[in-house]
Design a protein around this ligand. Structure first.
Ligand SMILES: [Zn+2]
Length: 316
């Protein structure tokens, strides 16, 4: 157990921000490659730069990513890679692979550029939310990853002098956008979430009535029909949409009584065929993409045991 925590510290010490294909991400991959060799795995890389530590035919993979956001904590991604190497070391006679994917946080995602795919892929990840803590449960089985729609809505008004234009003579694009933002917020709930996270206002000057405003929309649901209904209700230009992705039952078989979860965040497991995913409880209110991100040593130990058991059942 201490080895896993020490390795998470080592990866974090390279840099809090390990951007896609940066020297910091490279250094994290180099560290992981060394640990893979120590675990008796044969190290290789594909054209996307994804890192593999394989033993034998390796038709069953476990892993996650080593890149991170600028404000990252120690667990997102790195835990899944370190745990996979640990589990592989505990199963020295099994044919399997530990994997570290590239560029999960920002793309172009390495897991979307695989030239070879496994018969089963297992990913252990910190929950990045408060649900398991609220249920007082250390581990949760992911049943599906939510579908998402992203896009925007643009409002056109007229630029006018902020001092000389009477209130009833204005076409204020930002006021219209503000009404829309409240509408987006009120449109979600019950199995769906929706967020306006970015605004562009033109000319964006304190003394000019806003002429043109574009607001982003991010809408998510684990149910494709609910997602489509939400998009319809909000009314925006969808630039990109993904369906919910069902997860396999490799962890459900090991943990029949664990709570079932449907995360709203994207993961490598969405793009690797035959994926199953396990969440470990987030402490500190579920905070993530933040230095306070935390899982306990006890919970991580349970998670690595479950990962090892799931790998053991899938391999020979
Ligand atoms: Zn992650």
């Amino acid at each position: 157990m201490t080895r896993i925590l020490e390795r998470l510290e080592e990866i974090y010490a390279i840099g809090q921000h390990r951007a896609a294909y940066s020297p910091e991400e490279d250094a994290a991959h180099a560290l992981a490659a060394r640990w893979m060799e120590e675990a008796g795995l044969e190290v290789s890389r594909d054209d996307a730069g994804n890192l593999f530590g394989k033993r034998g035919a390796a038709r069953v993979w476990a892993g996650s990513h080593l890149d991170s956001v600028p404000t990252a904590g120690k667990f997102d991604g790195a835990l899944g890679v370190v745990a996979a190497i640990e589990a592989a070391g505990r199963l020295p006679d099994r044919e399997l692979a530990a994997v570290a994917f590239r560029a999960e946080e920002s793309g172009p995602m390495g897991s979307l550029r695989l030239t070879e795919t496994p018969d089963a892929y297992l990913e252990l990840h910190i929950e990045q939310g408060p649900v398991l803590a609220g249920l007082d449960a250390p581990l949760g089985v992911v049943t599906a990853i939510a579908g998402q729609a992203r896009g925007s809505r643009t409002f056109e008004g007229r630029a006018d002098h902020a001092g000389t234009t009477p209130m009833n003579a204005r076409a204020d694009a930002l006021v219209e956008a503000a009404r829309f933002i409240l509408h987006v917020h009120d449109s979600a709930g019950d199995g769906t979430v929706a967020t306006v996270g970015a605004i562009e206002a033109e000319p964006n000057a304190v003394n000019v009535v806003p002429e043109r405003v574009t607001v982003s929309v991010d809408a998510r649901s684990a149910d494709a029909r609910l997602l489509d209904a939400l998009i319809e209700r909000i009314g925006f230009d969808v630039r990109w949409r993904s369906d919910p992705v069902p997860m396999g039952d490799a962890f459900a078989a090991v943990l029949p009584d664990a709570p079932r979860l449907v995360p709203g965040a994207g993961h490598d497991a969405m793009f690797v065929p035959n994926a199953s995913m396990l969440f470990v409880r987030s402490l500190n209110g579920g905070v993530s993409h933040h230095p306070d991100e935390l899982s306990s040593a006890e919970d991580i130990a349970l998670a690595v045991d479950a990962l090892t058991e799931a790998l053991s059942r899938l391999t020979r």
